[in-house]
Design a protein around this ligand. Structure first.
Ligand code: P1T
Length: 387
């Protein structure tokens, strides 16, 4: 992965500066929150490029330029949520088109594909993309999109993106990667050849658990145009205040991700050694079956850890026993969260599919925050001791 962009700036500098110029009227160093729905025109058709805020908003555009620079892309298209971003990607397709999707995505993504978009005539085949040959085998003449998530939510499975790019492009399908779990600090799918990187910016990009947002990043002008057209036509835009908060978040992405990576690894190592834990899923551990791929494709392994506790009762004991780790959905904020995917984020996935994926009632997912790591380990140790 190239460390610098065309401005010759490295990641941390881009995080703070990319896409933002001092505001021209006053010199304000921070992009203003353009809290407006419309823009006054001097005469019919005589305007400054801003007509209506579903279509254009300067605060949103600053965020889009910033995240595009972090992903190594040329265009960012921001949405009202991560699911709205993924939905817009599928809305590039038509009824009768086919999508090959990783089977272990966020539960809400699977629900949207199977319960909403499939009803509209788009067909989906779900595969285990740890084996890229499964993607190849599922491709049909009408396959227009391969949708991957790596690492996956919550099993922390990986897909070899370079292999997937080759397979998708051989058949002229778009490759979209949900990069939410890794964040662009740790993994940049576009630089590995993917066509679209999508995020729930609710998570690491914003980083402070105070907005819902999504974004798609691409390198291709025509693809960006198509996604903007879908957004303009469908309407899933984020508000300016949320864009501003997210932009404030991305300024510290590199600092936060260093701490998440460090704390995630410390927690994973601790849990792996703990006798009360049956199995620990974390791509940064040498015992992870895809650790070699992780070190090739990622530069850090995030704060996301999943552990198998052996039963629903033991999982409940752990998630209800911690004091610093808060029992809650979501992830990627500075504060540590803990939950049981089978009852929370993946409750919408049918039980038989959950069983195939390993999303058991005993699986606990941790979003390790950036608190003092010793306090986090003590919190887990205390909760595990009480089981
Ligand atoms: O919640 P929203 O911003 O719409 O993003 C959906 C989404 C998309 N992709 C991934 C990988 C996700 O994890 C999510 C949302 N996930 C949770 C809320 C969660 O707790 O896992």
């Amino acid at each position: 992965m190239s460390e610098r962009d065309e401005t010759n700036h490295r990641f941390g500098t881009r995080a703070i500066h990319a896409g933002q110029e001092p505001e021209p009227a006053t010199g304000a160093i921070m992009p203003p929150i353009f809290q407006t729905s419309t823009y006054v025109q001097a005469g019919l058709g005589d305007h400054k490029g801003y007509e209506y805020a579903r279509v254009q908003n300067p605060t949103r555009e600053a965020l889009e330029r910033n995240v595009a620079a972090l992903e190594g892309g040329t265009h960012g298209i921001a949405f009202s949520s991560g699911l709205a971003a993924i939905e817009a990607v599928v809305k590039l397709l038509s009824a009768g088109d086919h999508v090959v999707s990783e089977e272990n995505t966020y539960g809400g993504t699977h629900r949207m594909f199977t319960k909403v978009l499939a009803r509209l005539g788009v067909e989906f085949t779900f595969v285990d993309s740890r084996d890229p040959e499964q993607i190849r085998d599922a491709m049909r003449p009408e396959t227009r999109l391969v949708h991957l998530e790596t690492p996956t939510n919550p099993m922390m499975r990986l897909c070899d993106l370079e292999a997937a790019v080759e397979i998708a492009h051989e058949r002229e399908a778009l490759l979209c990667v949900d990069n939410t779990f890794a964040s662009p600090y740790n993994q940049r799918p576009l630089q590995l050849g993917a066509d679209i990187a999508v995020h729930s910016s609710t998570k690491y990009l914003n980083g402070h658990s105070d907005i819902i947002g999504g974004i798609a990043v691409v390198n291709d002008d025509a693809l960006a145009e198509d996604l903007r057209f879908v957004r303009k036509s469908s309407g899933g835009v984020p508000g300016p205040m949320d864009c501003w908060l997210c932009l404030r978040g991305t300024k510290t992405l590199h600092l936060r991700m260093e701490a998440h990576n460090r704390n995630g690894e410390a927690v994973a190592r601790f849990l792996q050694e703990h006798p009360a834990v049956e199995e620990t899923h974390y791509p940064g551990l040498p015992s992870h079956p895809q650790h070699e791929l992780a070190t090739r494709q990622m530069t850090g392994f995030t704060g996301m850890v999943a552990v198998e506790m052996g039963s629903g009762e033991r999982a409940r004991g752990l998630v209800e026993g911690t004091r610093i780790f808060a029992l809650a959905e979501s992830l990627g904020g500075v504060e540590s969260l803990i939950g049981v995917p089978a009852l929370m984020t993946h409750a919408s996935v049918p039980p038989e599919r959950r069983a195939v994926l390993g999303v058991t009632d005993g699986l606990v997912r941790l979003s390790v925050g950036v608190e003092d790591p010793d306090d986090l380990l003590e919190d887990l140790d205390r909760a595990l001791a009480s089981l």
